[in-house]
Write a new protein. Sequence first.
Length: 332
Amino acid sequence: MKQTRLPEKPDAKSPAGADIRFIMDGPTGNMIHSTVPVGQTNRATRHRTVHEFWHVLSGHGQIWRSDDSSQRVVDLEAGVSIDIPAGTAFQYRNTGESVLQFICISMPPWPGDDEAEFVDMRDHLEAGSGYDKVIALHRTSSPPLDLLNERMIQACADRVREEEGDVRLLFDATGALTLGSARPEKSLRELDPEVLARSYAINAIGPALLMKHFLPLLPKEGRSVFATLSARVGSIGDNGLGGWFAYRAAKAGLNQLVRTASIELARKNPAAICIALHPGTVKTPLTENFAKTGLDVQEPAVAAERLVNVLTSLTPADTGGFFDQTGRPIPW
Ligand SMILES: NC(=O)c1ccc[n+]([C@@H]2O[C@H](COP(=O)([O-])OP(=O)(O)OC[C@H]3O[C@@H](n4cnc5c(N)ncnc54)[C@H](OP(=O)(O)O)[C@@H]3O)[C@@H](O)[C@H]2O)c1
């Protein structure tokens, strides 16, 4: 028989990024206490063999879970329990104003950090794309990068210039479809000027400011790439369905900004490539409730691998283009 007390300080970090304290272990499972700081989003992860049960003690957050048959996002708050079966992709974050705390039971006992596989773009770039170093900037990184704050974007670019020098690949994976409670419009009647402006701010102006501050970091000689995730629904030529006004228009604006920036970039960096990419339909929080049956809905890891392959195959002649996840051009 064992008895333990909650350690004062965390014992370790989980592969996804939570601070963890070991509470109990036995031959059939183990139990940990996890905390996620305010504002933190942990890495999208999948466990190979271990099942987990979570019980939330305090704070507010959200978790996205996705398996072969379904995906969903649920709120995490005191009293809520969830399970994470082996093989389920999941990502969670603290959305509240205090630390998010939960108890996590793993069965069988956690075998070691090789148990977790990551499902984001960064892992694929780190794994085999030939880049020496991958730097991930986001709203909770240090320094933080918020697309709605140009000073933050500039500070991030300055820091990368000072500490790293030249950058060979800039990959922008940001964007938003649902803005707060505003779901994509089905009809002109639903147009809201504030939602149109917010969608443009995140999906077009933010990436434009990334280009303004980060494209000067691309080396003047040799191949380099700036890629931003647009969406096929931003194609004007391909729009046969209508609806989703704010998102479509903002992505169409993004495509024009990429095209225009590519022309200026080509004068200074003839070997640089500046493109918009459609990742295909991917199981992420963005597509929850929107991925229609019959579509090829990809796991994030599969989409990331395909996008890395497209990035690797592009040549300077492709600059200014709009491509899908197989490398095929999409009409404007
Ligand atoms: N999923 C699809 O099927 C699909 C299809 C076509 C196109 N796309 C495009 O692919 C891109 C990525 O989408 P996703 O499916 O991966 O969606 P997601 O899981 O919702 O990711 C969106 C990302 O954008 C970041 N972001 C949002 N607002 C930001 C801000 N103000 N400053 C900094 N970062 C911000 C989010 O950061 P936090 O983590 O901090 O919230 C998150 O990392 C988007 O441009 C989307 O339009 C996706």
